[in-house]
Write a protein that binds this ligand. Structure first.
Ligand SMILES: C[S@@+](CC[C@H](N)C(=O)[O-])C[C@H]1O[C@@H](n2cnc3c(N)ncnc32)[C@H](O)[C@@H]1O
Length: 258
């Protein structure tokens, strides 16, 4: 868990991710009056946008295991149709949630989830027979982040082991294995630019919940990294990410009584 200071640094450093989340919301076609779950909502920026879209007759629930991020989300959220809970995807059944949801959305969370099929199964149990699941996540470790993390021995290696990257084909397999039907799937490349080395280090430290420790890097190794990868002082993180939409497979939709 992280402190409030780290949660705020995370919010400032993750604007690119919020932009991609806004695109995911567009793809989800959110309608007024819907009940929506934002799984792994972080500091709640997208959750608030969802609350505006569903309007006063709808409701949005944000869930995240990081208590400091949920505290910041609650502190900033003003809408009466918005609520936040501390909880993890793997133990969603333990969070008191109204159901069924029209939409379960999760932005940049799945690459932390080891048993994606099990979590997809839990999500399946939360949606309405005509409901939908929209997920966006990183497919593989960005090379620059791998190199940077490995310089901070041993904290960096440990962080990398905690990720559970899988490409679009593997994810499609899990979706079907969880009794869901894939309606859309797209893999894309993207680059986000950090204007300084400090901005890159601060973001990576915050996004890893303060576990990456730049002080563990030898100054000479950090200078070499900066010389090798700095482009006019800026750092370009190139990544492959994917998003998909899934719905109940027909047999499951029938089984739930239509
Ligand atoms: C990169 S942030 C994305 C936050 C938010 N969805 C957004 O787009 O702004 C990933 C979030 O996933 C949460 N997370 C990590 N592991 C999780 C898990 N097992 N279940 C649910 N959320 C998790 C983290 O606490 C973090 O807030």
């Amino acid at each position: 868990m992280t402190s409030s200071r780290v949660a705020q640094a995370y919010r400032r450093g993750s604007l690119w991710q919020k932009g991609r989340g806004e695109r995911l919301i567009e793809l989800a076609g959110v309608r007024r009056g819907e009940l929506v779950l934002d799984l792994g909502c972080g500091t709640g920026g997208l959750t608030q946008q969802l609350a505006e879209l569903v309007g006063p007759d709808g409701r949005v629930v944000g869930v995240d295991p990081d208590e400091a991020r949920i505290a910041l989300a609650r502190h900033t959220a003003g809408a009466p149709n918005l609520e936040f809970h501390v909880g993890a995807a793997e133990t969603l059944g333990e969070v008191a949630l109204d159901r069924p949801f029209d939409l379960v959305l999760s932005n940049f969370v799945f690459h932390w989830i080891r048993d994606k099929r099990a979590v997809l199964g839990l999500m399946r149990g939360l949606i309405h027979p005509a409901g939908r699941i929209l997920v966006q996540c990183v497919s593989s470790l960005p090379v620059l982040i791998g190199e940077l993390s490995r310089l901070a021995d041993p904290s960096g290696e440990k962080i990398l082991r905690d990720f559970a990257f899988e490409d679009a084909a593997a994810i499609a397999h899990h979706v079907e294995g969880a009794g869901l039907q894939l309606s859309r799937l797209e893999e894309q490349q993207g680059t986000h630019v950090y204007p300084t080395l400090d901005a890159l280090l601060t973001w990576w430290k915050a996004t890893t919940h303060d576990r990456f420790d730049p002080r563990a890097i030898e100054p000479a190794a950090l200078s070499r990294f900066a010389e090798q990868h700095g482009d006019g002082g800026a750092f370009h993180v190139r990544e492959t990410f994917c998003w998909f939409e899934a719905r109940l497979a027909p047999a499951h939709a029938w089984g739930r009584g239509g």
